[in-house]
Structures are given as C-alpha cells and as structure tokens.
Design a protein. Sequence first.
Length: 229
Amino acid sequence: MVVYNELVAITAGAGLIGFARFLTRLIRGKSIESEGWAGFFGVTGLLLLALGLHTTVTWPFGGDGFEYANVAFGQPAAGFGALLLFAAVYLWRQRTPFADDPDAAGATALRALKPISWFIGALGLAMGVLAISFVRFQLGAAPPEEPISGRFGHLPILEALFLGGLWGVVALGAILFAVAQLADRAGLLLWAARAWVVGGVVFLLFGALNYYTHLGMYFNIAHGTSYLW
C-alpha cells in the first residue's frame, strides 16, 4: 500500500498555521509581503491539491477496512489545496496594491474572501461530519505492526477520539470563518484563526510523528520484527 498521508498532514498543518497567521495580520492591519505569502500558499496548495486529488480518485488506501481514509484524508486535502491556490493567485495579482497601500489592500482582501466563504463553510461542515464518523464508527486504529500508536490499536476509541477531535477543531475554524464573513461578524475571525492554529500545530506534529511510526511499521512487516517504540 503506497500512501503519502505524512506529507499531506505536515503540509496541511503548515497551511492552516500560515493562513491563520495571514488572516490575523489582515485583521490587525499589519503589513503583508504579498509575494512571499503567494509563494507559501502556492507551494502548500499545489501539494495538497495534487496529493488530495490523487487520493480521491485512485484510493491508494485499500483493504483491511482502511478505505475510509481515502475519503477522510484525500477529499479535505484537495479542497484545502484549491483554496490555498486561490489565495496564492490572488496575492500574486495584488502585489502592487499591497506595496502601494497595504491598509486598503488588506481591507479589499477580506472582502474578496467573502464569496469563497461559502465553500470554506461547506468544507467545515464536511470535516465536522467526518469528525463524528471517526468517533461513531471508531475509525483510525493503528495496526499492531505500527510502533507507538499500534500499542493502543486494541482500543480503537482512543485514536478515533483523537482524529475526530482534530478534524472537529479544523471544522470549527472553517464554520466560524464562514459565519464571520457571511454574517458580518468580524469578531469571529480571530476565533477561527485560533482554531486553525491549534489544528495546524497538531496536524504538523502528527504528520511528523507518522514518518517514524509508518517507517517502523513497514520495517516490522518487511523483517518480521516487533519494534513497539
């Protein structure tokens, strides 16, 4: 089984943290280096869109009941990647306004995000339903060959609660962002950013840890070893 959810997780984490930071700077009227942010959103968006679409249409997670991972990981990654690419294109095109009048450009950027808020809210709703599904069906338990997390595979509710909570935090941020934009409740934007920072940090750490646990799992399977840590 060839998967790449490690890269998806750390890229999603970086994207969430970065967008939250960018949004906070917009709200507080701080300067925006448009070209730099466009590059950041372009790199993270391209990776997430490409890997998310590939997961969505080819279903590399297969067998042993892991098919759900194609839906839970691939589709949100593709959607988030497309949103980040939108931000990259917008910021690249607005290089001159951000350089000449950053305050006006920042206010315009917040208004420009209103239409896309419908899709952000829709993704948030989907992430929320996925969060419930993780817990309801106790999805996400690691196989016994996987170090660290595999030691708790006989208690599937633990990883289900972790993944459900993580997806839920990101969903909360997306829904708050959509409500803030579409209902003109600007005070909620900072709360959306805070939720995304929390979710982004956890995604980043979770993805980094998976490089260790997944390599250990492949090693255990290939060599018949039983490394637990």
